[in-house]
Design a protein around this ligand. Sequence first.
Ligand SMILES: C[S@@+](CC[C@H](N)C(=O)[O-])C[C@H]1O[C@@H](n2cnc3c(N)ncnc32)[C@H](O)[C@@H]1O
Length: 247
Amino acid sequence: MALETGGRLSEVRTRVGASHGITDLTHKLHFYDQWAPDYDQDVATLQYRAPRLAVDCLTRALPGPPHTALILDVACGTGLVAVELQARGFLQLHGVDGSPEMLEQARARGLYQRLSLCTLGQEPLPSSEGTFDAVLIVGALSDGQVPCSAIPELLRVAKPGGLLCLTTRTNPSNLRYKEELEAALDRLEQAGAWERLVAWPVEHWELATSELEEGPSTSDRHGFISGVVYLYRKQEAAQAEGVRPGA
Ligand SMILES: C[S@@+](CC[C@H](N)C(=O)[O-])C[C@H]1O[C@@H](n2cnc3c(N)ncnc32)[C@H](O)[C@@H]1O
């Protein structure tokens, strides 16, 4: 049994580790299309905790009864974030993703009222300004996925005073992207578009797919990589429009 578990883990590590090396968005989305039917089982094997951590962080800060909140799950994948939201009573859920096959898995869950195909960084979100009480993006902020230049678009569709929850990995191989992301987040805060409520470092994010990914600096003996959950509140008089990372 232990051997079986170990064999499966090493198979998943190989498959997911290979995807981390894909830095071209078209290829990455194609990879997700192929991976979609096995995604949930594979990330469970890797003890992927980001959806639960992000939803815990968001829902502690979200005012009002859960069923009244309209929430957008960006890069929703197969809908693991929706599972966590629904368990806490959040029922008005919209999702977008750039992979048609991941969206198909999400649709089969029946938890989203609306699902749309949208490639962040190449096209705008299919929603008007100020639509959502909360916007989440979980597991999609890294090289070859959602570029930092798409962050103002997430802000645009949040209501003034609405919450935005973002996650990224903080293991050595994602540190360059994380630095770029933090610079973009900070610039928007300095421009008065939003205020940071939380930056929550998490040591046990998911199992590393390789020693390289884990990095020599880690003190973790269980093979986990680390991550971070950010929570922002959009300013009432947001000035996000026209604010672009690098501006
Ligand atoms: C690791 S999965 C995370 C899915 C889900 N949020 C979760 O935590 O289980 C990343 C998802 O982001 C989507 N994605 C990556 N880059 C994207 C982009 N530029 N625009 C839209 N979706 C993207 C992929 O198709 C995939 O479904």
